[in-house]
Design a protein around this ligand. Structure first.
Ligand code: ZN
Ligand code: ZN
Length: 413
């Protein structure tokens, strides 16, 4: 049995070598919660060993973020300090790869005025836009990994002791990222990525014009896919370095594309609760007409859902369609992680808000041009899970053929 230290070391190596696929001479932008410092340090070490020119740090701290939301002067929520923009623009100029280590307390911001959170997101957006656009468009490598912090573990395993809950969360994380501490994790990822590619190739050959979702919860929903869309999953090419692939999420089980922002009809039910800035939204559905969310209902937390889809014009249109088999290593754990990086890999999901421009010819087009092609634009991107054990998805081809894509929650091919 490998020790915890061996596994953590292997995860760090995996994040930098396979996730980011760091190249000699690159400046790695590393963002981490302070509680995740041990993994951040191992990642920096791995990056330098691979020839990183530099590793620049951006520390986050849930407790301080919370204090600021509660006690800072109200005016600061509409402003952004000029150095934030300078920093982000410089990172964008460098195409600096972006490694994010998360381990947030899912309840860190519970009870904070959601309007303040919206205002901060809105005011930060122009400052971070160039770097964030480069990330969304895969012009730079990026990857998100996770660290089992005590606060997160307590939320996931409320009945276990503190030490036990952290151990169990680590077991779940290592299992989900295929890390066993045996030095074989990179190989297991190559195999996994290969299987993702197989499915992506099939979906890309069909070029479906729409997908129709149905299940016993009451979902009866059709989403249109824009002409020229492509599916991605596993590893994706970095647009600025020919031949280089990176893995944006570790774990990842999804294959995804973008929906047409004006083409969604019907009702879709959430299959799992949605944790949004520390607030839980439960048992909800969304109604769509002409691509817009025209109504929502939630048994718990409806006001947070309404707030989230009203943050800007694009927030009530879809920006992602992702397929995940019901039988995946993450879903099989039966754990609700209260963290999108994991929960989105447990089930088929949709996201409202910003779209990844998975569209042929999207490179170099302006946001306005992309909008007319159906690519949604928003300052938000919120994934919500819709996959159930009985979900069926039927694809429709341009010549009107209907092809089963999902049968009983899993891929039909
Ligand atoms: Zn996704
Ligand atoms: Zn997403």
């Amino acid at each position: 049995m490998a020790s915890f230290e061996e596994k953590l070391q292997e995860y760090a190596q995996l994040l930098v070598e396979v996730g980011i696929n760091l190249q000699p001479g690159q400046v790695l932008n590393l963002r981490s919660d302070v509680d995740c410092a041990p993994l951040a340090r191992l990642c920096a070490e791995a990056a330098y060993a691979l020839g990183a020119k530099d590793v620049v740090l951006e520390w986050r701290d849930d407790a301080l973020t919370r204090l600021r939301y509660l006690h800072a002067d109200d005016s600061v929520f509409d402003q952004v300090y000029p150095w934030e923009q300078v920093r982000c623009d410089h990172l964008a100029d460098l195409n600096a790869p972006y490694l994010v280590i998360i381990g947030s307390d899912p309840e860190a911001l519970a009870g904070v005025d959601p309007e303040r959170i919206s205002r901060v997101n809105k005011s930060r957006y122009p400052a971070v836009k160039r770097y964030s656009d480069a990330q969304m468009a895969s012009r730079l490598q990026w990857c998100i990994g996770a660290y089992a912090t005590p606060a997160w573990a307590r939320k996931v395993f409320p009945d276990a002791s503190q030490a036990e809950s952290v151990d169990r969360l680590w077991d779940a994380i290592f299992n989900a990222v295929r890390v066993a501490g045996d030095g074989q994790a990179a190989q297991r990822w190559q195999d996994h990525i290969g299987e993702q590619k197989r499915v992506v190739d099939i979906l890309n050959r069909y070029q479906f014009v729409s997908l129709h979702y149905q299940n016993a919860l009451g979902t009866d929903f059709t989403v249109g896919l824009p002409q020229g869309h492509y599916w991605a999953g596993g590893a994706e090419p970095c647009k600025t370095i020919p031949g280089l692939e990176f893995v944006a999420n570790m774990p990842t089980e999804e294959v995804f594309t973008l929906p047409h922002r004006d083409k969604a009809e019907g009702r879709v039910y959430a299959a799992m609760p949605l944790a949004l800035h520390g607030n839980l939204i439960q048992n909800f559905y969304l109604d769509f007409q002409g691509g817009r969310i025209v109504d929502v209902h939630a048994e718990v937390g409806e006001e947070y859902l309404r707030q989230a889809i009203a943050i800007d014009e694009g927030a009530c249109h879809l920006g992602e369609v992702a397929l995940v088999p019901f039988h995946s290593p993450i879903r099989d754990t039966g754990i609700l992680f209260y963290e999108t990086l994991f929960d989105e890999n447990a089930a088929c999901h949709l996201a409202f808000g910003e779209a990844y421009p998975c569209l042929e010819g999207a490179d170099g087009k302006s946001k306005e041009e992309l909008l007319t092609l159906g690519v949604n634009d928003s300052i938000t991107h919120v994934d919500f899970m819709v996959g159930t054990a009985d979900l069926s998805i039927t694809g429709k081809t341009a010549d009107g053929r209907e092809v089963p894509v999902f049968i009983n929650g899993d891929f039909a091919f």
